[in-house]
Ligand binder design. Structure first.
Ligand SMILES: NC(=O)c1ccc[n+]([C@@H]2O[C@H](COP(=O)([O-])OP(=O)(O)OC[C@H]3O[C@@H](n4cnc5c(N)ncnc54)[C@H](O)[C@@H]3O)[C@@H](O)[C@H]2O)c1
Length: 322
């Protein structure tokens, strides 16, 4: 079956999704954006068609969508898609509204739709490699985990706005919470949170009634398996950087989603030390391949489910309120 795809929101993320679909052999891709010119320009660049927002959602032929709009717009778009029985891959975080997430989970199950969160890091070859390594080494192998994520942020004003769902917790920490759950299971408690705003001048990019969201956060949490996890995240660094460090009795491991940072495994007896670079790979190709397999019922969705998004939202809300 050849899918017809709708992409809603034509900013920074949209081209990554377009390339993901094209690489999976999908050519019938329709774009839309509240800013018609943006949709038109992107459509021209990729030789695709664009539609007004209501037409893309009401189209009988389009059954699966990528939602690439700012976080605060996701709820309404998702309501409209679920009502029309459409499946979607929604950029992170799907929502932080727990009531809405629970209700939508129920509707999605009833209507047998695919609802996937855009938690792309789980498709990184280095993380997949280390997940298997830890699973094989046995439960409770890791004794301490540290995650670092940093970015300059984009130029879109919503990125730093509290009202519009920006800030370091919403933008960056969600990825890490997703990874923590994936590696180590449920989160039991948040132990410590320190939040800061360093780049106050960004207030100039916001509307008067708005507030800056935090651009730096340091978090300590503990999982149900009693693993202590530390997270440091910011939107003030000059370059994007992501890495994780895991310590066990036998080995120390550093890895990243970035292909220029090698996976390093150091054993105490040096017997199985590893320094391995993974070839660059557009992670959206595998993420979208998986999404399409689920939409076409070749697979039952087990990755980035609504249940996981609910657990992420619960933890993120706890961090915000700490
Ligand atoms: N997975 C990742 O690594 C990653 C990286 C960056 C951003 N994101 C996520 O992707 C999403 C989009 O981020 P971005 O950086 O592409 O944003 P962006 O600001 O660059 O683009 C968003 C686009 O959506 C359009 N838009 C706004 N409201 C709309 C609506 N109601 N209907 C249709 N179009 C609408 C805007 O006009 C804009 O063109 C966010 O949820 C963000 O958190 C994910």
């Amino acid at each position: 079956m050849m899918n017809k795809i709708g992409i809603i929101g034509c900013g920074r993320q949209a081209p990554k999704h377009i390339n993901g679909y094209l690489s999976n052999g999908i050519k019938d891709i329709y774009l839309s954006d509240v800013d018609k010119d943006k949709a038109g320009e992107l459509a021209k660049e990729y030789n695709l068609k664009y539609l007004p927002s209501d037409e893309i959602i009401n189209s009988k032929e389009i059954t699966a969508y990528s939602i690439c709009t700012p976080p605060e717009t996701h709820d309404l778009i998702i309501d409209n898609l679920i009502e029309r029985g459409k499946s979607f891959l929604c950029e992170k975080p799907i929502s932080l509204n727990l009531d809405k997430l629970h209700l939508n989970e129920k509707l999605i199950n009833e209507k047998k739709l695919v609802a996937m969160g855009g938690y792309i890091y789980k498709f990184s070859p280095a993380h997949i490699h280390v997940k298997k390594l830890i699973e094989n080494a046995g439960k409770d192998t890791i004794q301490k985990a540290y995650f670092r994520i940093a970015s300059p942020g984009s130029n879109a004003p919503w990125q730093f706005s509290k009202k519009l769902g920006g800030g370091v917790i919403n933008e960056m920490v969600v990825h890490i919470i997703d990874l923590v759950q994936w590696y180590f299971g449920d989160i039991k408690a948040i132990k410590y949170v320190s939040k800061k705003i360093y780049l106050e001048h960004r207030i100039k990019t916001l509307n008067e009634a708005d507030e800056l969201a935090e651009d730096y956060v340091h978090i300590k949490l503990v999982t149900r398996s009693n693993l202590e996890v530390e997270i440091e995240a910011d939107l003030i660094s000059s370059e994007f950087i992501q890495y994780a460090q895991f310590n066990s009795e036998k080995f120390e491991c550093v890895l990243s989603i970035q292909p220029n940072i090698p996976l390093q495994l150091k054993y105490q007896d040096k017997s199985m030390d590893v320094c391995k670079f993974f070839e660059f790979q557009n992670l959206y190709i595998d993420q979208i391949k998986y999404f399409l397999q689920c939409v076409n019922k070749n697979k039952t969705q087990e990755i980035s489910t609504m249940k996981e998004s609910i657990a992420i939202a619960r933890t993120i809300n706890e961090i915000i309120d700490f």
